[in-house]
Write a protein that binds this ligand. Structure first.
Ligand SMILES: *[C@@H]1O[C@H](CO)[C@@H](O)[C@H](O)[C@H]1NC(C)=O
Ligand SMILES: *[C@@H]1O[C@H](CO)[C@@H](O)[C@H](O)[C@H]1NC(C)=O
Ligand SMILES: *[C@@H]1O[C@H](CO)[C@@H](O)[C@H](O)[C@H]1NC(C)=O
Ligand SMILES: *[C@@H]1O[C@H](CO)[C@@H](O)[C@H](O)[C@H]1NC(C)=O
Ligand SMILES: *[C@@H]1O[C@H](CO)[C@@H](O)[C@H](O)[C@H]1NC(C)=O
Length: 404
C-alpha cells in the first residue's frame, strides 16, 4: 500500500513587495498580498545618524550607546525550556540581577513577572526584597493610569489582568531590567501577587506592543520604537532566535508594507492584507474579509503570542477548499480545531471563532518562524524577510511516498 505523507507548514511567510506573503512549499503556494508599495530606498547609516542627531539629550545619550555593543537579545522557543507555548528571552531583573526566562509577546503591553510569595504562581519568580533598586509605583504616578483598571488598596498601584485562560493580580513596580549589556533602569512592570489558571508563562511576560507600558514605549528614546525579531522553530532548544532593538542593525534591503494602527486594538501591529493566493491562484475571497476597520478592530495583525494563523471564515474556507481540491479531495476531518487531510496532513491555520469580535485575521508565530519581522514605528512600516534562525532549520515542508 502506498501511503502519501504530506506535511504542510506555512512557515514561508514573505511580505515582500510585490512578492507573496505566505507561501506553501514545495508543492503548494499560499500568498497573501498587501496593497501599498513602499519605496525600498533606505536612509544611509550616515543619514540615519544625522536624523537622530537632533538636539535633545536622550538622543545623544542613545547615540553614545551605539558603540557599546549591538542590542541583540537571544530568543528561544519556550516549549522546550519553560514548557509554555511562547518565545522566551533571558531577562535580568533587579540589582544584583535575577535571571528570569520571560515570554516575549507583541500582543501585550505591560511586562509582568511572578514575585516571591505569589499565591498560585507556578514558578518562584523575582525576589524584590533582594533588589536594591526595586520600588513600588504610587497611585498618583502616571504609570498607574496606564494599566487596565488600576486599583489602590494601600499606597501601591495594583491591577488585574487576564492572559489566555488565566488571570492575575499584580502590584505595579519599577526595577532595572537587563536584556543586553546596557540595562534599562526604572522599568515599570507588574509584580504578580496572586494568579489563577495554568496559561501564564511561568516566569512572566515582556510585552512588545504599542501601549505606553510596553518595552517598545518604555525604551522609545533609546530604540526609536523600532525592533525586529526572528522566531526559531518550536523544537529549537537553544537561544538561536533574536530580538534586535533599535533602528540600527536592522536589515536594510527588505520589503515593507505600511504599519497600521487600529484604534479599537491600538496595541497591535496591523498591516493591510488584501488577497490570498494558493499556488498560482488568487482565491476568491470577499474584500470584507480583509477590511481594515478601526471601529470593529477588523483587519490583519502580526502576533508573536498567537501560535497559529487565524483567518476569518470566508478566507479560511477558501484556503481550505483550495488545498482540499489540490490534494485530490482527500478526506477532511477535524483535529483539535484544525482541518486535516487524509491521515497525516494538517493545515496549520484555524478559522477565527464564531463571535462578533472575530472580524480579524492574525498572522501567528508558527507562520513567522525563520523570518525576520521588523516593526518600524519611525517609518510606520512592517517589513519581512526570510532568515534561518533555528539551529538546524527543519525542512519547511516534505512530501514523501512511503511503502508500508
Ligand atoms: C487596504 O487595501 C485596499 C485595497 O487596495 C484599499 O482599498 C484600502 O484603502 C487599504 N486600507 C488601508 C487602511 O490602507
Ligand atoms: C483584582 O483581583 C483581586 C484578587 O482576586 C480582587 O480582590 C480585586 O478586587 C480585583 N480588583 C479589581 C479592580 O477588579
Ligand atoms: C482566583 O480565583 C479565586 C476563586 O475563584 C478568586 O476568588 C480570586 O479572586 C481569583 N484571583 C484572581 C487574581 O483572579
Ligand atoms: C544547545 O547548545 C548546547 C551547548 O552549546 C549543545 O550541547 C546542544 O546540542 C544544543 N542543542 C540544540 C538542539 O542545538
Ligand atoms: C475533487 O472533486 C471535485 C468535485 O467532485 C472534482 O471536480 C475535482 O476534479 C476533484 N479534484 C481532484 C484533484 O481529484
Amino acid at each position: 500500500m502506498i501511503k502519501k505523507t504530506l506535511l504542510f507548514s506555512l512557515a514561508t511567510l514573505l511580505l515582500s513587495l510585490p512578492q507573496p506573503l505566505l507561501t506553501f512549499q514545495p508543492s503548494e503556494t499560499l500568498k497573501i498580498y498587501h496593497a501599498n508599495t513602499l519605496p525600498t530606498t533606505q536612509l544611509s547609516w550616515e543619514q540615519t545618524l544625522l536624523q537622530l542627531q537632533s538636539n535633545d539629550n536622550a538622543r545623544l545619550h542613545y547615540l553614545s550607546r551605539l558603540g557599546s555593543g549591538r542590542p541583540v537579545v537571544p530568543v528561544a522557543a519556550g516549549m522546550t525550556i519553560t514548557h509554555n507555548p511562547s518565545y522566551i528571552v533571558k531577562a535580568r531583573i533587579g540589582t544584583p540581577p535575577q535571571t528570569l526566562l520571560m515570554a516575549v509577546d507583541t500582543g501585550n503591553d505591560a511586562a509582568w513577572i511572578p514575585c516571591t510569595g505569589c499565591i498560585g504562581c507556578s514558578a518562584a519568580g523575582f525576589d524584590s526584597a533582594k533588589s536594591s533598586t526595586f520600588r513600588t509605583v504610587p497611585c498618583d504616578a502616571t504609570q498607574c493610569s496606564q494599566v487596565p483598571s488600576p486599583s489602590c488598596g494601600g499606597a501601591t498601584c495594583s491591577f488585574n489582568w487576564s492572559y489566555g485562560g488565566s488571570s492575575f493580580s499584580a502590584n505595579l513596580v519599577q526595577d532595572t531590567v537587563g536584556l543586553i549589556s546596557n540595562p534599562i533602569t526604572g522599568y515599570t512592570f507588574g509584580c504578580i501577587q496572586t494568579a489563577n489558571g495554568t496559561s501564564l508563562p511561568p516566569q512572566g511576560l515582556l510585552g512588545l506592543g504599542r501601549g505606553p507600558l510596553s518595552l517598545t514605549s518604555q525604551t522609545s528614546e533609546l530604540y526609536q520604537s523600532t525592533f525586529s525579531y526572528c522566531l526559531p522553530n518550536l523544537k529549537s532548544a537553544n537561544f538561536t532566535g533574536s530580538l534586535k532593538l533599535g533602528p540600527q542593525n536592522q536589515p536594510q534591503k527588505i520589503n515593507c508594507t505600511p504599519l497600521l494602527r487600529n484604534a479599537r486594538r491600538s496595541s497591535l501591529y496591523y498591516a493591510n492584507l488584501t488577497a490570498i493566493k494558493v499556488g498560482d491562484r488568487v482565491l476568491c475571497i470577499p474584500p470584507t474579509a480583509f477590511a481594515f476597520d478601526a471601529t470593529t478592530g477588523g483587519g490583519t495583525f502580526f502576533d508573536s503570542g498567537t501560535m497559529f494563523t487565524s483567518l476569518v471564515k470566508p478566507a479560511y474556507t477558501a484556503v481550505r477548499d483550495e488545498l482540499r481540491r489540490r490534494m485530490g479531495n482527500a478526506t477532511v476531518s477535524s483535529l483539535g480545531g484544525f482541518d486535516t487531510y487524509g491521515t497525516t496532513s494538517c493545515l496549520g491555520m484555524a478559522a477565527a471563532p464564531d463571535n462578533v469580535d472575530a472580524v480579524v485575521n492574525v498572522i501567528g508565530s508558527f507562520q513567522q518562524q525563520n523570518h525576520r519581522i521588523v516593526i518600524d514605528e519611525l517609518n510606520s512600516r512592517v517589513c519581512v524577510s526570510r532568515e534561518a534562525c533555528s539551529k538546524r532549520v527543519p525542512r519547511l515542508a516534505s512530501f514523501t511516498n512511503a511503502h508500508n
